[in-house]
Write a protein that binds this ligand. Structure first.
Ligand code: SAM
Ligand code: SF4
Ligand code: SF4
Length: 300
């Protein structure tokens, strides 16, 4: 991270904590909900299958920028399916950087060739070792590993959603993140139980076991892009929700925190680590502040 970006985020953090402000800093744009996969745990793919046009995405970027958002995520559906005229995902990432976003990340299922050096992080979903990943995501593991090997940059971070299918292979993914070329780290979420995937949710005890596994891997030197001081809150689901510093834009509609904010009661069972990490950070939790500084400076 550049020194100027670090200073700008620090100033934002201090003023949010001191004045209890609710101004957002992190925005996600949904490029499309179209997807080439149908993962078992996912409730947001192919609902409309519309690919939003370039002009609309550009307008949404500008709107977020004007609101003061400086960390931008592109998400989907599958982001690498996004095309509009002669523009593709790489063009839109470049333009976001030129517009002035300080961090631009892309979330992908990794099934398409990866040539995206301009992104700060490519969050690539990997949901276990080959057997468990393929149970969740269909027969995609080998293609993804080949794409990672041939990627043109080393800005990949595995992104694992832990659920009933893959809860016992968390350590495998940590070790793979450490040992795979072009991969910088792994970041986790617990399954957030939308009404149609409730059976995949973890119990408090199962979440605690996963957190123990992750801590053990951190001690072994595996690169984990999460904050262990947030684990107790994630296990007990007693972190504040929603996250007012995060917004999502989908097809012109702006929501606080996530699209999931519309699902009644879901925030009480939220499994997204970023929500716990950001809300605790902006409430001024000292352990979180210290760990966040250390972790972000290491991986971004
Ligand atoms: C919706 S996908 C979109 C981007 C891309 N298609 C992918 O799979 O990475 C974004 C991330 O959300 C995760 N995800 C989907 N449903 C989830 C749920 N119910 N709880 C937690 N994470 C979930 C996916 O595993 C993926 O890492
Ligand atoms: S690849 Fe991503 S958007 Fe597509 S079904 Fe899987 S989790 Fe959902
Ligand atoms: S479930 Fe609620 S708290 Fe969690 S990401 Fe969605 S909107 Fe935010």
């Amino acid at each position: 991270m550049k020194v100027s970006s670090f200073l700008s985020f620090s100033a934002f953090g201090i003023s949010t904590i001191l004045f209890k402000r609710k101004k957002p800093i992190l925005g996600t744009i949904i490029l499309t909900d179209k997807c080439n996969l149908k993962c078992k745990h996912c409730s947001v793919n192919n609902i409309t299958a519309v690919v939003h046009p370039y002009e609309q995405i550009k307008k949404e970027m500008q709107q977020l920028y004007d609101m003061g958002i400086r960390i931008l995520f592109f998400c989907g559906g599958e982001t690498f399916l996004w095309k509009s005229g002669d523009k593709d995902i790489r063009d839109i990432v470049r333009e976001a950087k030129e517009m002035g976003f300080l961090i631009v990340n892309v979330v992908t299922n990794g099934t398409f060739p990866i040539d995206l050096p301009e992104a700060d992080l490519i969050l690539l979903s990997l949901d276990g070792d080959k057997t468990h990943h393929n149970m969740v995501r269909g027969d995609t593991y080998d293609t993804i590993m080949e794409n990672i090997k041939n990627a043109t940059s080393d800005n990949i971070c595995f992104y694992m959603a832990i659920n009933q299918i893959n809860k016992d292979v968390v350590k495998d993914v940590c070790r793979l993140a450490r040992d795979t070329k072009n991969v910088r780290a792994v970041s986790f979420n617990f399954h957030t139980p939308y009404p149609d995937t409730r059976e995949l949710a973890l119990s408090k005890e199962e979440k605690a076991k996963c957190c123990e596994d992750i801590k053990e891997m951190m001690k072994e030197g595996c690169p984990v892009f999460n904050l262990k001081s947030a684990f107790p809150y994630l296990i007990n689901n007693n972190f504040p929700t929603p996250c007012h510093q995060c917004v999502v834009m989908e097809n012109g509609k702006l929501s606080t925190c996530g699209r999931c904010i519309e699902v009644p009661g879901l925030c009480d069972e939220c499994g997204y680590f970023f929500v716990a990490e950001y809300t605790l950070l902006f409430r001024g939790n000292p352990k979180i502040i210290f760990e966040m500084l250390k972790t972000y400076l290491k991986y971004v």
